[in-house]
Ligand binder design. Sequence first.
Ligand code: MLT
Length: 337
Amino acid sequence: SYFRNMRLGAMTACALIIGGVAAHAETVRFAHVDGEGDLLANTYWTYTEVFSSSLAAQTGGKYEVQVFPNGQMGDLESLAEQNVRGSLQMVGGLNAGHLAAYAPVASVLELPYSFPSTAVAREVLNGPFGQKLSDLVAEQSGVRILAYLPSAFRNFSSSTKLIKSPADMKGMKMRTQQVPIHVAMVEALGASPTPIAWAELYSALQTGVVDGQENAPYTMLMANLQEVQKYYTLDHHLINMPLITVNEDYWKALPDEDKRAFKAAADEAAFAMLGVIAAKESQDLAVIRKAGVEIYQPTPEEFQQFVDAARGPVAKILAETTGQEIIDELTAAVAAA
Ligand code: MLT
């Protein structure tokens, strides 16, 4: 594409301004671990395409985004470190867990049943709460959240019983990731949390070592879990929320009008990417249903029972890491949305 060719041409980072015209563009190094070229499969490709062209259009080509896809700059842990150090100006795909190593407050995004829908999540995270969390994370870590990508909810599935409310989870053996806050959540809901590695999950479900698990629809399909599960309850307990981040020193040195261009480009790209993800999710749910899995949407009353059972106990544990204030602010922002 036109912009890709411009990107390839911008091999060095120099911002030589001659008579008000950008003679050479400034390079913005942006890394992610996703592939490129397939609109549905490679959502970070969608992101960087829209971000690059929007930024170029708004700034008259002052910046060239140099994209490093496919994990060529390392895995997400390593990208986080390079973003903090500043050798990468931007990274796509870190989540709260990666940032929590540098900014404990980021863990507030791991509070279960915070958002009843992706629409509410977008509203809260694009508003004053998201702005404040971004400022706090920048202070603590040296990396600023430029865009939140509330992508897909994690939901419970099971092979033994349809879960309509927490009462149905009593005694159920539920696989979790090896994440203490997830273990606490499943415990609070009344099931027995069993941490099992992702690679062993399919056979653990097949042989009945555990009754159920929790993941987003696309993740279930990645491992064909629909083959070994009978029920899937859209309880929306956690949201997979990758982030677009920018090094804070780099950000602070940008002129104000360029900051506005970066932010507008980041939001435009998020809008495009989340649209693709939403369309894909409805396809994914259809595939899961077609495989014979019963998909259940809890009523508002049932959803409230999940919230009541899990949120308080988990918030108490989480507050030891994040402090109580940010949890209260999230709760208030969601209530107002
Ligand atoms: C897991 O449940 O282990 C993860 O959600 C798997 C993944 O994200 O690929």
